[in-house]
Design a protein around this ligand. Structure first.
Ligand code: NDP
Length: 338
């Protein structure tokens, strides 16, 4: 049955895929963004709504303004809360990352309670709320990260984005416990890649891939390992977790761990000689000298470069039935849309 659903962050890299799938199912979607006048951010979603015969409503709301989501949430059955800054460059972490993540979550969840109609909330957290640095795994005596783990190494001065996601997710669980109207399920994606539906996102995902193919790491890529996942799998996971109200807790959504150099090989195989890709792995000692030029602090380099990670996403396969896209396909499709 068609539902009325509020999606925050629906103009973003991940959110636009969530909105597309919800519209294609025939739901009424209420999309919030900060500036309604910026039509380029949602015109492509209006076309999808028309094609699907579904309704798309556009609302203005800012994470930092208290009460801002109340009207949009009134009468909704569900909320997908994706809005949160995922930016690689910032000058004031408190203002640009931590407050929007934390206050935004409080605002949206309070709006849900005030609506009296919202029964289910999906919050987009991140594996960044599970661990902060790759070194955490060994330090905590773990063989892999699972949904049971929490990031304890990030702070307001180190890995601030991860800190913002950890604070926001913790706050959401506290707020769930204090009421009985709605249930919460949390999606914890790893680094998201894949095709972008929209053109103006500042998502760290798009920035990272653009940097990689445009020659930023030409002289050498840091030996950094990430876990990657396709944006279409992340969006589907949101919808499956919302609709199956028996699902509980957190869901790591992650397909494969790869070093930057392994990722570069995949790009080179898909698009031979097309991009100025890194020529080699940069030695760790050299990064301590030049890392600042790439925005890498010495503490980040020490605790991440050369440290392997393993992320267990079995729960998503068993309970949500996610069959992950091969990363080679995600990379190819992402570069096509860039
Ligand atoms: P985008 O930058 O593409 O999207 C961010 C969205 O958040 C935009 O829709 C933007 O809306 C909204 N937003 C940002 N700041 C505010 C604000 N102050 N008030 C209202 N809305 C705001 O990022 P992604 O799609 O990559 O990320 C979406 C979510 O997924 C985030 O919560 C992020 O932390 C999480 N995530 C992302 C991962 C990734 O690899 N990309 C990995 C794991 C989690 P507007 O149109 O107004 O700008």
């Amino acid at each position: 049955m068609s539902k009325t659903i509020l999606v925050t962050g629906g103009t973003g890299f991940i959110g636009s895929w969530v909105v597309k799938y919800l519209l294609e199912e025939g739901n009424t979607v209420r999309l919030t963004l900060r500036n309604k006048g910026n039509k380029a951010k949602y015109e492509f979603l209006e076309s999808i709504a028309i094609k699907s015969g579904a309704k798309l409503e556009i609302w203005e709301a800012d994470l930092l303004k208290e009460g801002c989501f109340d009207e949009a949430a009134a009468g909704c059955d569900m909320i997908y809360h994706l809005a949160s800054p995922f930016i690689l460059k910032f000058s004031d972490a408190e203002k640009e990352l931590i407050l929007p993540a934390l206050k935004g979550t409080e605002n949206v969840l309070n709006a849900a309670t005030k609506s009296k109609t919202v029964k289910r909330i999906v919050l987009t957290s991140s594996v960044a709320a599970i661990f902060g640095d790759n070194a955490d795994m060994k330090e905590q005596g773990l063989k892999e990260f699972t949904e049971a783990n929490w990031n304890t190494s990030s702070s307001a001065t180190h890995q601030q984005y991860s800190y913002s996601k950890t604070l926001a997710e913790k706050r959401a669980w506290e707020m769930e416990k204090s009421q009985s109207q709605w249930s919460l399920v949390v999606i914890n994606p790893s680094f998201v890649i894949g095709p972008s539906l929209e053109k103006s996102s500042n998502s760290g995902s798009l920035q990272f891939m653009n940097d990689l193919i445009s020659g930023k790491y030409r002289m050498g890529a840091p030996n950094l390992e990430f876990s990657f996942v396709d944006v279409r799998d992340v969006a589907k996971a949101h919808i499956l977790a919302a609709e199956n109200t028996k699902t509980k807790g957190r869901f790591i959504i992650a397909a494969q761990e790869l070093s930057m150099v392994e990722l570069v090989k995949i790009i080179e195989n898909a698009y031979p000689k097309k991009f100025k890709l890194p020529l080699m792995t940069a030695p760790k000692f050299s990064l301590f000298l030049v890392g600042w030029a790439f925005g890498l602090s010495n503490k980040f380099i020490a605790r991440n470069v050369g440290h392997n990670i393993s992320i267990n996403s079995t729960k998503s396969k068993v309970e949500l039935g996610i069959d992950y896209y091969p990363i080679e396909e995600s990379v190819k499709d992402m570069i096509k849309t860039l």
